[in-house]
Ligand binder design. Sequence first.
Ligand code: HEM
Length: 425
Amino acid sequence: MTQLDERDGVESTEQAIAAASRGSAAYRADPHPVYARLRESAPVCRLSPPHGVETYLITRYDDAKAALTDPRISKDMYAAMDAYHTIFGDSSIALDDNMLFSDPPKHTRLRRIVNSAFSPRRIESLRPRIQEIADELLGNCSTSVPIDLLSSFAFPLPLIVICELLGIPEGERADMQKWCAVVARTGFSKEDKEKLALAEGALREYFVDLIARRRREPTDDLLGALIRTQDEQGAMTDGELLSTLWVLLFAGHKTTAYLIGNAVFNLLTHRDQLQAVLADPELLPNAIEEIIRYEGSVENATFRHALEDITLRDTTIPKGSLVQVSVASANRDPERFASPDTFDVRRKGLQSSHLGFGSGPHYCLGAPLARMEMRIAVTTLFERFPAIDLAVSPDEAEWLKVPFPAFRGLERLPVALEPSRLPLR
Ligand code: HEM
């Protein structure tokens, strides 16, 4: 047995491929040993996932970065309708007619419209409000019993921010959050697909109604700006507008929420690193980049598919197959990052190198907002509660069990904000 085998129980490449194909419990709890094995011996490997569509997983950094910019590896869902139907059914199409599921020139057109409304000035103007929301949420948390930091802080913070940015009224957010949760968590069984269709139908109806209301009574928020651009320039169909609203909402909150959880968990389980950041707050931006590299909230980039036969290393990805790029694996590639399994908030040259926000044309449009939210969330939490600690042992942390890994995050994060105030056990 090699050192890798003893530590991880991933004894062969076949076992690693099987674990990644079916999303085994051990792999979901800690995918890194599987990725280490695959990078070593099957860097472009064929999976047999539960959705039944032939899929190739790319795990090395150089290959991942190249794949994310390779025009032969498409994001246009209309060019892969059979696979798309098999995996998601019909109901997702109306929500996914956006930049994330398209290639140039459509991608360029849709991204440009959102970029013009999502200006640095608009993002910077959110800073005081994000601080206020963070203060309010933490002010409402109990300090005399353990709390779940995910549901009381990490999730509501980015959700409120993106809803306010888009102009989704407060009273309408709870239902939406419920539907989003279904969309993020469903598997591939017939029953799952029915649930998915219901949630997506409800979201679609809600967005159609919201857009109609905003047309009647224009607003100054991001949705108002998108509608104005659409009306003035005719640059987006109604379907594209609806789907754009959806991608901003969905991409804009789950990713950040899980990342806040991963950040707090990893800082609390690497006390020397936390102390370094507390002693020198200027380290915080780099610490956040390191968290995104070490335990980012996006494990695999979204689906892509091969427009032609593509040979990568010794493997030919046949035309029409799905391609999954594991950014979590790429970010732990020892060929790119020295001691990649070490969490080091002082690591150099991170911002331009990790793939946690993707790379190439689909590079995360919300990265500046996500970075701002992360900095405010982490600083506010540790300044207000310097003694915060986990309320469970780190081994009891429950990582998301969704069979097909898109997100990497915790189910819950039990913490004691002020451990000295808890009743003695
Ligand atoms: C820490 C939080 C975040 C992470 C880790 C993250 C990660 C990513 C990644 C990896 C991609 C590329 C997906 C691919 O190529 O398949 C992406 C794309 C995208 N992200 Fe983020 N994201 C975050 C926050 C946000 C926020 C706050 C927003 C919006 C408000 C946002 C909006 C988008 C959009 C619209 C795209 C699609 C861009 C395109 O297709 O051109 N993201 N994100």
